[in-house]
Write a protein that binds this ligand. Structure first.
Ligand code: ATP
Length: 347
């Protein structure tokens, strides 16, 4: 894979606290990779090291096959060809939009510079605001300008840190879409930091899930959702129903039936995780059905969440299409969808 941006075996400490452990991130030109993980897991530190805002301690950073940081080597941030967009827009309040975007284009002048500014604004749909000052713009508009400012010098790599988190739901959706199309059209290697799995799945070609400074899994959204590497990754992508069990004769038994297990030795304590959409709900009636009472049904728009009490078993949540919903107080049968059922040794 050609290198757009690569972090190789990067470890980092603040004082005695290790915040990154042997982290590897590879992004091809034109690829968008999300760093996803809970607050404090080291995402921003990884991004700052890539940008050169934080001095690398261990490992190396490459941009387009050139080493920009390694033991004894350090290229200043402004020479790395990196565009940055942070959560708080960070526009210069005393400069208008043209001034803000032109700031990174000081190497060109006059009409050429104006054309580059207009070009960047066209990409984010903000040409009409070229003379506005930041305080005259909404949060979403300011973030579009921040994106245009980062794009104007034609960076080789774009680094985005929670760029949409200050925006309301509608603005966020709109700006995600614009950002995705602009970056894809420009063919830039992009890393975006987020703690929102849905945002990562919407934006990313690949997602790198981190926890406590370590990479838990690196894969496509599909791989992470359907083939999570461990309990942490499976549950980070949304609620799961959890059934503690033990492997016996290659089977883990749960109150909802048996699950076949491969690659885990007999006698191992395991957690069986089932996504709410991995529960198939049917009409109760046949002998041997696993039955559950419907305690409550909540509409989530296109799907509904059913709260169910398994007879002689746990309380569980199922996510079902609206048309399949049955009423509170009824009894349903439940089976497991093996595609949405995961078994991991207990940690
Ligand atoms: P968030 O989503 O909350 O921004 P994050 O995953 O981006 O979290 P980082 O900002 O990289 O995490 O922080 C990782 C850890 O390093 C945290 O425990 C944080 O408190 C610590 N940390 C970050 N910067 C510094 C610093 N300059 N000095 C000391 N500790 C720091």
């Amino acid at each position: 894979m050609p290198v757009g941006l690569s972090l190789k075996n990067v470890s980092h400490e603040f004082g005695t606290t290790r915040v990154l452990r042997d982290v590897n991130v590879d992004v091809a030109p034109g690829e968008l990779v999300c760093l996803l993980g809970p607050s404090g897991c080291g995402k921003t530190t990884a991004l700052r090291i890539a940008a050169g805002l934080e001095r690398l301690q261990t490992g190396s950073v490459l941009i387009h096959d050139e080493i920009v940081a390694s033991a004894g080597q350090y290229l200043e941030p402004e020479k790395r060809g990196v565009g940055l967009v942070f959560q708080d827009y960070a526009l210069f309040p005393h400069l208008d939009v043209a001034g803000n975007i032109g700031f990174g284009l000081r190497h060109i002048t006059g009409a050429q510079r104006r054309a580059a500014v207009v070009n960047a604004l066209e990409r984010v749909g903000m040409v009409d605001y070229i003379d506005a000052f930041p305080h005259q713009l909404s949060g979403g508009q300011q973030q579009r300008i921040a994106l245009a400012r980062a794009l104007a010098p034609v960076p080789r790599v774009m680094l985005l840190d929670e760029p949409f988190s200050g925006l309301d739901v509608a603005r966020r959706a709109e700006l995600r879409d614009t950002t995705l199309h602009v970056l894809k059209n420009a063919g830039i290697a992009t890393v975006m930091v987020t703690h929102d799995p849905e945002e990562a799945m919407y934006m990313a070609d690949r997602i790198i899930v981190m926890n406590e400074g370590q990479v838990m899994q690196d894969g496509t959204p599909e791989e992470l959702y359907f083939h999570p590497a461990n309990h942490f990754v499976a549950s980070f992508f949304g609620e799961v129903n959890l059934f503690p069990s033990r492997v016996e004769n290659s089977v883990a038994s749960t109150p909802l039936g048996n699950v076949e297990v491969t690659g885990i030795a007999g006698g191992t304590d395991v957690d069986v995780l089932v996504r709410p959409e991995g529960l198939r709900i049917g009409q109760a009636g046949r002998a041997g059905d696993v039955l559950a009472n419907i305690d409550a049904v909540r509409s989530l728009g296109g799907v509904s969440l059913m709260h169910l009490s398994v007879h002689n078993g746990p309380h569980i949540h199922a996510r079902v299409p609206r048309r399949q919903v049955m009423d509170k107080g009824g009894v349903v049968s439940i089976t497991l969808d093996p595609e949405m059922t995961f078994v991991f040794p207990r940690e």
